[in-house]
Design a protein around this ligand. Structure first.
Ligand SMILES: Cc1ncc(COP(=O)(O)O)c(C=O)c1O
Length: 452
């Protein structure tokens, strides 16, 4: 019997290792699963290491028990609610838990939905505000073709996308070289009867600072009483909305504030779940115009839907619920606090190097954001390029206008970043600086822009 070399050494000794991997067209023939696994697995080793990725807010580890739960439920389709009733039920429990965490005044009236991430949640919130405004204007016999949203240049790019996709004027408030959030006065100078909502960011993507959402709310309440124009406030809590409730419950940014009608949060950031899961939560189900809710009975039962997608995986909902019941308030508080303590420690070490100004030292959020005091010989991009030789992924970017003269380096601290890792990173930053000081006379690399 002719022995097939592919079955003797199915992965590394097989012809699949010497043949080119099929890249652009479906291959004619099949392949041994072990070879397919290794071809893909090994290629992935060339990309960044999630543990050393200080750029991302996104969760990279969960408990083994949760991994098992996810693996067991990879075949569950979220939208098949009649079949996967428990999944739907668990989603609704998560919505209730989050709405309660965000201090919704009436849990029976609050409404929410699981999304792919904060981006989808933001898009849905924008749609509800636009449609609600249009319906109010129509009913009053007023023009409804020129909606705007007021927000700072500190918003995530998803807001720019949404404004383009949904044809909404984006009224952007410039930042300042020494202030990276917005003020209530700056908001109020831009609102008018065509403002469908104002956005406050709880944890910006640039420096992880909080906009003064309570002050913006209070100014909008004053405006409502004076003019009769009732402008809703949306809190983009993509990263901060799972931090502030545990670490600074006294800060008001949520449904305790009268004008806050909708909030988004990423489950896959500080909700401590793998990507992609986010949540859109409304204070009151009536904040979602009925005209946006579709009904189908294609699956043999009446299904109401307000989402951008139909079919998708339901396993991350289970992972979010797992965290809620496994960690509870106690566990979330401990983990978020540990991360913030380590961010503060990192910021202290970076400050002691003597070459940096600290823009965010982990006062409120688990983040160390800094800038070089002197960029005449090397810049932030040169520095992060040198750090990359050690595997660290640290983003360097100019802040949005009009703070674009500031080249920031932002290090997000996640669960996997221990005190020991902080020591290693501080040492690597010191060594990188020494290296650059020795060889550089002018900056070489170009600092990226992270914005609009
Ligand atoms: C403030 C803010 N809003 C929205 C988003 C988009 O979130 P996601 O990546 O979950 O879609 C991010 C992502 O970092 C963010 O920081």
């Amino acid at each position: 019997m002719k022995r097939n070399s592919d079955s003797i050494t199915p992965a590394f000794g097989s012809r699949y290792m010497t043949d080119p991997i099929p890249k652009h067209r479906l291959p004619e023939n099949s392949m041994d699963p072990r070879a397919a696994y290794h071809l893909i697995h090994d290629e992935l080793q060339t990309q960044g290491n999630p543990t050393l990725n200080m750029a991302s807010f996104v969760t990279t580890v969960m408990d083994e028990e949760c991994d098992r739960l996810i693996a067991e439920n990879l075949g569950v389709n979220y939208i098949d609610t009649e079949v996967y009733r428990a999944n739907l039920d668990i989603q609704n429990r998560c919505v209730s838990i989050i709405a309660d965490l965000f201090n919704a005044p009436d849990l029976d009236r609050a409404w929410g939905i699981e999304c792919v991430g904060s981006s989808e949640a933001v898009m849905l919130a924008m749609l509800t505000h636009k449609r609600a405004w249009q319906e109010r204007r129509k009913a009053a016999g007023k023009p409804y073709d020129n909606p705007n949203i007021v927000m700072g240049n500190d918003v995530h790019l998803v807001w720019n996308k949404g404004c383009v996709y949904f044809e909404i004027e984006q009224r952007l408030i410039p930042l300042h070289p020494d202030r990276f959030t917005i003020t209530a006065d700056e908001v109020m100078n831009r609102v008018d009867e065509n403002t469908i909502c104002v956005v406050g960011v709880l944890g910006t993507s640039y420096t992880f600072d909080y906009d003064p959402i309570k002050e913006i709310n209070d100014a909008l309440v004053g405006f409502k009483h004076k003019t009769g124009i009732d402008i809703p406030l949306h809190t983009d809590g993509a990263s901060g909305a799972f931090i502030a409730p545990f670490l600074n419950p006294e800060i008001e940014w949520d449904f305790r504030l009268e004008q806050v009608k909708s909030i988004n949060v990423s489950g896959h950031k500080y909700g401590l779940v793998y990507p992609g899961i986010g949540w859109a939560i409304w204070r009151d189900v009536d904040d979602i115009p009925k005209s946006l809710v579709t009904e189908t009975n294609v699956l043999g039962f009446i299904e109401r839907s307000f989402s951008l997608n139909f079919s998708r995986g339901g396993a991350m909902i289970l992972a979010q619920y797992y965290n809620f019941i496994r960690l509870g308030r106690e566990g979330y508080t401990r983990i978020q606090n540990t991360m913030r303590e380590n961010a503060r420690y990192l910021a202290k070490g970076v400050r002691e190097i003597g070459k940096f100004d600290i823009l965010n030292g982990g006062e409120l959020t688990p983040c160390c954001c800094c800038k070089l005091k002197d960029e005449s010989k090397y810049n932030a991009a040169d520095l992060v390029g040198t750090l990359a030789q050690k595997g660290w992924i640290v983003p360097a970017f100019s802040l949005p206008p009009a703070a674009q003269s500031v080249n920031a380096m932002r290090m997000n601290v996640k669960e996997t970043f221990s005190r020991d890792m902080a020591d290693i990173l501080i040492k690597d930053i010191r060594n990188a600086i020494d290296k650059l000081e020795a060889v550089h006379h002018k900056p070489y690399a170009k600092v990226g822009t992270h914005h609009h």
